[in-house]
Design a protein. Structure first.
Length: 254
């Protein structure tokens, strides 16, 4: 059975004090369930603090980005070696905010996924369409192209160690959520695309939904056959919301 993953993407939010308080609640309340992975992705400057506070709590650590380069004159960047050094296991890559605000191309994202896999960390590869692209009927082709760029770069075998997050751009931080049917359609298409290359790897792949997932809508989304968890922004900054989603994810495995 594939893993269910609940990941909090804190984006550029928090202070050392607010993060300490949030983590106190999360570490006290997160369920320990076989096959359920929970993780938090704080801003890079707080990764070490979070790692220390997590201690042996069953919550993994993820970064929100990384350089594909190993070292050198790259002001403002950080490397996979550094992430590994501080105990980071996951890296969100190709988030729509990185693609649109920081102009990351499919090729850039593919380079980062390849470097992350080579370093032994787990990429959470984000894909998704804008509202214009959805309205133009381009969703499935666009998402397929975003995944294909990575497939061409690393090969299907490496997808055994990749997590995919489908995040419709129009649903991120907007309070709009894809309907369970809209999300399921894209998730199933992603799995079918991988299955064309390797049916077993496609079957084991965890595909997360992201885009205004919260305590109120998580159950109907996670009930969908091909939705294996969530990448949660706004709601992951509130301990009760995040823990409720973890509880719903636990139920969804039964
Ligand atoms: P949101 O963000 O839950 O606030 O919509 C999700 C994400 O961007 O990963």
């Amino acid at each position: 059975m594939r893993k269910t993953i609940v990941a909090g993407n804190w984006k550029m939010n928090g202070t050392s004090k607010s993060i300490k308080t949030l983590l106190e609640s999360l570490t006290a309340g997160v369920p320990v369930v076989e096959g359920l992975v929970t993780l938090v992705c704080p801003p890079a400057v707080y990764l070490s603090q979070v790692k220390q506070q997590l201690g042996s709590a069953p919550i993994a650590l993820g970064a929100q980005n990384v350089s594909a380069q190993s070292a050198g004159a790259l002001t403002g960047e950080w490397s996979l070696e550094m992430l590994e050094d501080i105990g980071c296991e996951y890296v969100i890559l190709g988030h729509s905010e990185r693609r649109s605000i920081f102009a990351e191309s499919n090729a850039d994202v593919a380079d980062k996924v390849a470097a992350t896999l080579a370093a032994g960390l787990i990429p959470i590869l984000c894909v998704g369409e804008t509202l214009e692209q959805r309205n133009a009927g381009e969703t499935l082709a666009l998402v397929a192209a975003q995944i294909d760029a990575v497939l061409q770069r690393v090969g299907v075998e490496d997808f055994a160690s990749v997590v995919i997050a489908y995040e419709p751009v129009w649903a991120i931080g907007t309070g709009l959520t894809a309907t369970p049917e809209q999300a399921q359609e894209v998730h199933a298409a992603i799995r079918a695309q991988l299955a064309e290359c390797d049916a077993d790897i496609a079957d084991q792949l965890s595909i997360l939904y992201g885009g205004s997932m919260n305590a109120g809508n998580a159950a109907e989304l996670l009930a969908q056959q091909d939705i294996d968890g969530g990448l949660i922004g706004g709601a992951s900054l509130k301990a009760d919301e995040f823990l409720t989603i973890c509880a719903v994810a636990t139920e969804s495995r039964k």
